[in-house]
Design a protein around this ligand. Structure first.
Ligand code: FPP
Length: 247
């Protein structure tokens, strides 16, 4: 069945998630299966990003969040880290015009102070250029760790308390969420992880509280809009109760 047929089934089935988050995993294994170095897998993974972004637009998602580089990934060999930074620059250089034309607003979320100067400049360029778009928000999580994001939110609240802007006993969940990188996004409805691994890996720990999980056995470079649609179809058959009983 083609991706377009699957898209048709999504429309027939009804509600599309507003926000899909993806842990893109399996680039290294994909490369190893082909006896190629790991950066080759990441490069192929970049092509999968392109296809999935296109699928997200076609299906009508509001937000697509992609975990592209974790804080822990800085510990990988320097050659692999360098290759990933270069790929980020290359992705932005290649895609910026089309992303802008298609109405995608790109945001890069994480501890960006550690990026190479060239990668940081590319991030600034795409963020500024696409800031006015409102068809799809594409959140690229780079140098991101959820626990660090939570600690940062606690620090911001503590600062506000010390300076008298908030009363500690009156702090709400909304106050906390407003200090996360994702402050202006709805929480993900669906989290997809590729390559069959069943872990959250320090991604969006607060935001995933009621998110539906979908584990795909497909390695990230082989994931595309068709696989995205299959995950959404599966999501459409779930009953989300948010802790309540069935309607
Ligand atoms: C996990 O696979 C993937 C990453 C650490 C990098 C993700 C990067 C991309 C998809 C390409 C660049 C994307 C953009 C947006 C520029 P892994 O290396 O952990 O795979 P393994 O578990 O098989 O070793």
């Amino acid at each position: 069945m083609s991706a377009t047929d699957t898209l048709g089934r999504i429309r027939v089935n009804g509600a599309v998630p507003r926000h899909v988050a993806i842990i893109m995993d399996g680039n290294g294994r994909w490369a190893r299966e082909r006896m190629m170095p790991r950066p080759f897998g990441h490069r192929s993974g970049m092509k999968a990003v392109r296809d999935v972004v296109e699928g997200a637009i076609e299906v009508g998602l509001e937000v697509l969040s992609l975990f592209a580089f974790s804080k822990e990934n800085w510990q990988r060999p320097a050659t692999e880290v360098g290759a990933l930074m270069s790929l980020l620059e290359e992705y932005i250089a290649r895609e910026i015009d089309e992303l802008d034309e298609r109405g995608v607003r790109v945001r890069v979320l994480g501890e960006l102070g550690r990026l190479t100067p060239a990668a940081a400049a590319a991030v600034r360029r795409v963020t500024e250029r696409t800031a006015h778009n409102d068809r799809l928000v594409l959140n690229l999580f780079i140098s991101y760790g959820s626990r660090a994001e939570l600690v940062r939110a606690a620090q911001l609240l503590a600062r506000d308390a010390v300076e008298g802007r908030v009363v500690p006993e009156e702090i709400t969940e909304e106050d906390f969420a407003a200090r996360l990188f994702t402050a202006d996004c709805p929480d993900p409805d669906l989290l997809i992880r590729t390559s069959g691994e069943m872990r959250i890996s320090n991604f969006l720990l607060w935001q995933l509280a009621y998110t539906e999980l979908f584990i795909s056995r497909v390695l990230w470079p082989d994931f595309g809009k068709r696989e995205l649609y299959e995950a959404i179809l599966d999501f459409q058959n779930r009953e989300r109760r948010f802790g309540r009983v069935s309607a």
